[in-house]
Every structure is written in structure tokens, then in C-alpha cells.
Design a protein around this ligand. Sequence first.
Ligand SMILES: *[C@@H]1O[C@H](CO)[C@@H](O)[C@H](O)[C@H]1NC(C)=O
Ligand SMILES: *[C@@H]1O[C@H](CO)[C@@H](O)[C@H](O)[C@H]1NC(C)=O
Ligand SMILES: *[C@@H]1O[C@H](CO)[C@@H](O)[C@H](O)[C@H]1NC(C)=O
Ligand SMILES: *[C@@H]1O[C@H](CO)[C@@H](O)[C@H](O)[C@H]1NC(C)=O
Ligand SMILES: *[C@@H]1O[C@H](CO)[C@@H](O)[C@H](O)[C@H]1NC(C)=O
Ligand SMILES: *[C@@H]1O[C@H](CO)[C@@H](O)[C@H](O)[C@H]1NC(C)=O
Ligand SMILES: *[C@@H]1O[C@H](CO)[C@@H](O)[C@H](O)[C@H]1NC(C)=O
Length: 798
Amino acid sequence: MAGELQQVVGNLVVLEIFSVFNNSLFGSIPSSIFNISTLKSLDLSSNQFSGSLHLPWKLSLFNDLEELYLHTNQLSGEIPSSITNASKLTVLELSYNSFSGFVPNFGNLRLLRWFTISKNNLTGSTNFLSSLTDCRNLELLTISGNPLHGILPPSIGNLSSSLESFWAADCNITGVIPHGIGNLSSLLDLVLDRNQLTGFIPPTIGKLKQLQVLYLNGNKLQGYISPNICELSNMGNLYLADNILTGPIPECLGEVKSLRIIYLGSNKLNSTIPSNLWNLKDLIYLDLSFNYLSGQLSSQIASLKALNGLDLSSNQLSGNITSSIGSCQSLEFLSLSINKFEGSIPPSLGNMRGLSTLDLSSNNLSGLIPKSLENLRFLQYFNVSYNKLEGEIPTDGSFVNFTAQSFVNNFALCGATKYRVPHCVDKKTRRSRRKNVVRLMKYILPTFIFVIILATVFILVLMRRRKLKRLSAPADDIPLGISWRRISYIELVRGTCGFSEANLLGKGSFGSVFKGTLSDGLNVAVKVFNLELERAVRSFDTECEILSTIRHRNLVRILGCCTNIEFKALILGYMSNGSLEKWLYSENYCLDLIQRLKIAIDVALALEYLHHGHTFSVVHCDIKPNNVLLDEDMTAHLGDFGIAKLFGEGETTVQTKTLGTIGYAAPEYGSEGKVSPNGDVYSYGILLLEMFTGKKPTDDMFNEEMGLKDCVHEALQENAVSEIVAPGLLAREDQYFSAKEECVSSIFSLGMKCLVISCDERINMMQTVAALQRIKAKVVASTTRRQRYALSNITRGQ
Ligand SMILES: *[C@@H]1O[C@H](CO)[C@@H](O)[C@H](O)[C@H]1NC(C)=O
Ligand SMILES: *[C@@H]1O[C@H](CO)[C@@H](O)[C@H](O)[C@H]1NC(C)=O
Ligand SMILES: *[C@@H]1O[C@H](CO)[C@@H](O)[C@H](O)[C@H]1NC(C)=O
Ligand SMILES: *[C@@H]1O[C@H](CO)[C@@H](O)[C@H](O)[C@H]1NC(C)=O
Ligand SMILES: *[C@@H]1O[C@H](CO)[C@@H](O)[C@H](O)[C@H]1NC(C)=O
Ligand SMILES: *[C@@H]1O[C@H](CO)[C@@H](O)[C@H](O)[C@H]1NC(C)=O
Ligand SMILES: *[C@@H]1O[C@H](CO)[C@@H](O)[C@H](O)[C@H]1NC(C)=O
């Protein structure tokens, strides 16, 4: 919709809900709209309304208004204080406009739940915050991005205990963070970045047990980082960068297992990096740059398999760069510049396939630039300037684009003229002689070592066998990867009541899955492999390999494993809502259209990640409802990687004999045994049709001539989608029938694109995800009249 909102709307005298959000309406908001005395909810958000807001002065005229959404427009002028008389208001969203002047006191609005005025031009004091202490239902309070000045009043601790989000970033707030903040016990997000807050971080912050996000960066906070911060056992994002914090990084921070992102850069921290920190296995980003940290980089860093960015630049770190850093396979950003690192650049850096920035400049590094770095296909920024490096600068791979600027001021680098270094003279002849020796070493030495290792392993295995026989119980465990939890056989026996029938969740070709509880109370699924089947053993190895290298919100998480010669089990996250299969086909369970769409998107995201999110791709090979598991929030997780395939770089297909499931497997899979990501796309297409028709591809109603795919194809041709849709998803009497029908239709059409016979012409998962997101946005926009936009749309800290 585009155009002006006519004065006419005022004539709609008995309207209760008026919503035109997310259109292109412009002009001023006709004041007659507030003359509709029955109006309960008014949503004009995300349009281009401008001018100032004129409300009728007689209170009775909008007595009943409960929700007023005006955010994301171009409204200006003052916020009319008469709003404070609309005493039934629960939602008042004025963010993203150009309101100016003072903020009135809203204390009258006792029922207020969401109050947002972020990103306006509001000035004056922060006194209105005190008045909000009377709003006992307040959940969302955002005032970020206004030139307010003023302090955080001590009464802030008297705000509603139901407050979940308090955002006051970039508001020119001065003074200290009041101790009372610790009273806000429901707080999930506390966002106070880019102000001028002074003083200490109050120790009471440790009382915010629910807190997940803490943004205090860009202030003038000083003193030590209080260890109380380690009491925030749900905290994911910790931003304390750009302050004047001194002293050590608290040792206990390594115990806050929920941490994902840590920004402590640009402070005056002067300890070593506590070794504990490397226990945070789920850490994604760690920034400790621009501090006075000293000591060495621990080899334990190898356990941070999910780490995406590491910035340790501008500190006083010394010693060698540990070669185990090469195990941080997810790293894309690595800066160790401006430190005192010495020794050579570990060739293992060439293993970090996704690396795009590597800055090692301004250290004391010596030796050669490893040739292995040419393998870093995505490397865009590379800097080894101001070191003591020597030898030839590599020229291939990612190095073709680097210039002399990456290599300035070293000891004796040589190579191509574009690097503005001397040619590497005479090296060739010398090298070829050396090469012969090297070749000799390369082939003979490894063979020799290999034989020794083999013999040692053989003896060890023999010894272990004997020992096991003596114990006659599979009592010891060998943790497979250091990043996993060590879980003993005994703990599993206890936790599953001796693998009892009552705890059995399901059986498959590989073995059985049991529900279990670990000693710390954590519920898990224990997948026990049947070792009599060679296939099951292989399946175990594949799952271990794949699940330990990848991690995604929509993949089943591997928590640990228990393995010895007679017993192998994987310990996986427990999915309390069971499989999608159950939800699609058991009575007493049902999923509506949006829920199905969300699950479809979750699965597509998981596949997108598997296929494209990594430098190697993983093909799942067995997409079906049984392998889609739902957690307590109904978020879908793709599981069962027993027959998945890992593709090396450059590989696009492999031949295989392991078959997927009949009905879901792509045609090229059966006929040629050809496995590629496109095969997953096909199975996903079937899953999509199945989810929205409620029919299995193997249903009796289908045959050679008329399969599920043909049936949907025909319905699309004949515009008869509503006839094949799963029962309960579409009802003609539904007020949103046509929007929902269109949605289902788009999903089926998308499914068809996944099911193109020629595997090269199928769309890929990135396109599929994008298409699904569009379909969802459309159906959500046309079937819901209100959205809690604030949390999803405003970028954090604004
Ligand atoms: C609102 O309604 C009153 C009568 O109920 C009328 O007098 C007034 O003109 C209306 N205001 C607008 C702006 O339409
Ligand atoms: C609010 O209502 C009171 C009467 O209840 C009235 O006196 C006052 O002027 C109103 N305030 C505004 C700002 O409209
Ligand atoms: C904000 O308000 C001030 C006056 O209070 C004005 O000078 C300034 O231009 C306004 N800024 C914007 C972006 O509207
Ligand atoms: C908070 O509320 C309590 C009880 O109503 C009151 O005694 C106290 O003074 C208030 N604190 C602040 C800082 O306003
Ligand atoms: C860190 O700095 C503080 C003063 O800010 C000083 O007391 C302390 O000794 C320093 N610690 C180290 C390890 O240098
Ligand atoms: C070099 O830069 C060009 C243009 O920016 C880019 O297309 C190309 O992929 C780059 N090559 C490598 C190996 O990064
Ligand atoms: C590498 O770092 C040095 C020293 O900081 C700097 O002078 C140079 O410009 C940097 N090179 C690139 C490519 O940015």
C-alpha cells in the first residue's frame, strides 16, 4: 500500500484494531484516527508518516487504546504529553522517528509493557526513567540513540522486576552504574554501550542470573573486572571493550561456559591470558587487543574449535606462536600483530582453511614464510611486516594479490619484484641438491617411523585387550577428542537405568538410542552402536568425525562419547520434542503452517551450513523426518550423520555404496551411486512436500506413475493446492486463507525446484533458504497484525 491515509478513517467509528504496518504510507497521521473511541490497537509502524503527532485533547476519545505502534516513520516534533493520559496503554513504540524535545513522564501508564523511544532526537534529562518505576509490568525499555545527557538514576533498581531488556546505548549518559541494577532479576539484555559512564562495574551485576547480553563497551569504566561477573552463568555476549579497566582478566571467566563472544579490547588489563579461558569450547570471538597482556599463547587454544575471530594485537605476548593454533579450524580472523612473538610462523596456519585476515606484523618472527599459506583460498588481508623473516616469499594461491605492503621491513625476504625485495639468487641449485636429501628423508624416514608406530600401536592394543579381559567389563573410556566431555561407561549405565527398555527412545540399523541423565543432571540422548555390525562401527566413526568438526544451531550437538573396544556410544543433546516424524504422523501432535515453515527453514539452514558454510562440504545423505529432531522450543536440529560424507576441497561428487532411504534418495543416487550436495537438495525437496501434504513418499496411494512429486506437480498445474495440502493447514473459513494458500503454493513450487531430475539444474541450499525466508516474511506479514519488532529489528546497542 502506498499513499496518504485519508481523514476518512475517522468515520470508522467502531474499529478496534487498525493496522497498516510495513507499507509506503506517507503524509501526516490524520488526528481523526484517534477519534475512534473504540480503538484498542493502532499500528502505523514502518511507513513514511511525517509531521508531528496531534492527539485529541479530550481524554475520553482514546480511552481504550492499548497498543500504539508508530515506530520507523519520520514523525517529528515533541512527543505529545497527552499520551500519558491513555492509561490503558501496554505498548508504546516510538523508536526510529525524529521526535525531539523532552520525554514526558510516563508513570501514569501503569500497564505499560513495551516502551521504546530509541533513535530519535530526544533531549533533556533521564528523569523520566524514575517515573517508569510505577510501571510494574515493564518488559522492554529502549531509549538508545538519543542525545539525552543525564545520569542513570539510582531508582533504576526499582524498575519492574519483569524487565527483560534495557537498552540505553549512545545516550550521552554520565555518572556511575547504580548498584540497584542488580535488582533487575529478569534482565536478559543490558545495553549501555557508548556512553560516558564512570566508576566501577558494580559487583551487584552478578545477581542478574538471567543475563545473556552485557554491553558496557565505549565508556570510561575503571578498576578491576569484578569476579562477580563470572556468576552470570547464562551470559553469551560480554562487551567491556574501550574502557579503562585495569588489573587481570578474571581467572573464573573460563567457567562461564555459556560465553560465545568476549570483547575486552582497548583497556589496561595487565595479566597473562588465564589458561582457563581456553576451556570455553563454544567461544566464537575473542578480542583482547590493545591491553598490556603478557605471557605466552597456550597450546590449549586448539580446543576452541568454533572460534571464528581472535584478536590479540597490541599486547606484550611473547614466545612462539603455538602450532596447535592450526587446529582452530573455524578461524577467519587472526591478528597477533604488535606483540613480542618470536620463532617461526607455524606452517599449520595453512590448515585454517577459512582464514581471511592474518596479521602477524610487528613481532620478532624469524625464518621463512611457510609455503602452506598459499592454500588459504579466502585470505584477503595478510601482513608480516616489521619482523625478521627471510627466504622466498610465496607467489601462488592467495599470494597473487598481495603487494609489497604486506612484507615491509623484514630481515632477508626475497622473491618477485612486485614485493620490492631482491631476487632469490642461486637458491635453485643449492635447493635442488638439498631437495634430493629432502626427498630421501621424505620417503624413507616416514616409512621407518610408520613401522615403529604400527608396532607400538599393535603392542598397546594387545596389552589393552588383556587388561580388558581381566576386568571383564568395559569399564574404561578413551575420550576421542579433547574438546568433548569425558563420560564413563558407568556414568552411562547409571544415567540410563542400565540401558533399560523404559529409556529406549528408538532403534535403528546402527543400534539403539536411549534417554539418559548425566551425573550433573543434564538430559542427553545416548546413541549406542551395535558393534557386531561393521557398518555400525563405520557409522560411529563418521558421526564422530563430522559432528566434532561442525557446529550449528540446527544440528544436533555432540556432547561427548564413550568408547572402548567393546562399547561405543555417542552422547548427544537431548531433544525433548522428539522427531518430526512423530509430529507429522502421530495423533495428538499437530503443527500449524508457520510452525512447519519454521522447521523447514531450520532444516534448510542446517543443510546450507553443511554444504556451503565451511571450506569443506558435508553431504548428509539421509534427510527424512525421522532425522529431524525438535528441542523444547520446537527448533529443529538435523541429526544422524551415520552415512554422511565429508568432501575435501575441490571434490564435488563421490561414488558410494551406502544407500539413503527409499523415497527420499535422489535418482542419481540409486542409478549411479553418485553422492553430492545436490542429492541432499532432492531429499530436502521430498521432505518439504511431505511436511505440507502430510503424505509419505512411500504412501500406498503413490505408485510408479504417480508419485508424491507428480501429485504435487499436478495440483500446482491445476491450481488445486488446497486439495492436497495436509489436513488442518488450510481452511476456507480462515480469514487469512488466500495468504496461506499462496504460501503453500510457493512452498510446493520451491519443492519442485529441489526435485529437478537433472542434479546440476537443481537449486542449491543457499537459494532455497533465501526463498523460504521470503515466503515466511510474506505470510507472517499478511497474517499477523502486530510484531514485537523491536528485539528483532533494531541492531543491538542502537
Ligand atoms: C472528533 O470527533 C468529534 C466529535 O466526536 C468532532 O467534533 C471532531 O471534529 C473530531 N475530530 C477530528 C479531528 O475528526
Ligand atoms: C489528562 O487528563 C486530565 C483529566 O483527567 C486533564 O486534566 C489533563 O489536561 C490531561 N492531560 C493531558 C496532557 O491531556
Ligand atoms: C536534533 O535537535 C537539535 C535541536 O534540539 C537540532 O539542532 C538538530 O538538528 C536535530 N537533529 C536531527 C538529526 O534532527
Ligand atoms: C525504591 O523503592 C523503595 C520502596 O518503595 C524505596 O524505599 C527506595 O527509596 C526506592 N529507591 C530509590 C533509589 O528510589
Ligand atoms: C597491573 O597493574 C596494576 C596497577 O594498575 C599493578 O598494581 C599490578 O602490579 C600490575 N600487574 C602486573 C602483573 O603487572
Ligand atoms: C585477487 O583479487 C581479485 C580481484 O579483487 C579477485 O577476483 C581474486 O579472487 C583474488 N585472488 C585471490 C587468489 O584471492
Ligand atoms: C602492515 O603493517 C604495517 C605496520 O603496521 C603497515 O605499515 C602496512 O601498511 C601494513 N600492510 C598492509 C597491507 O596493510
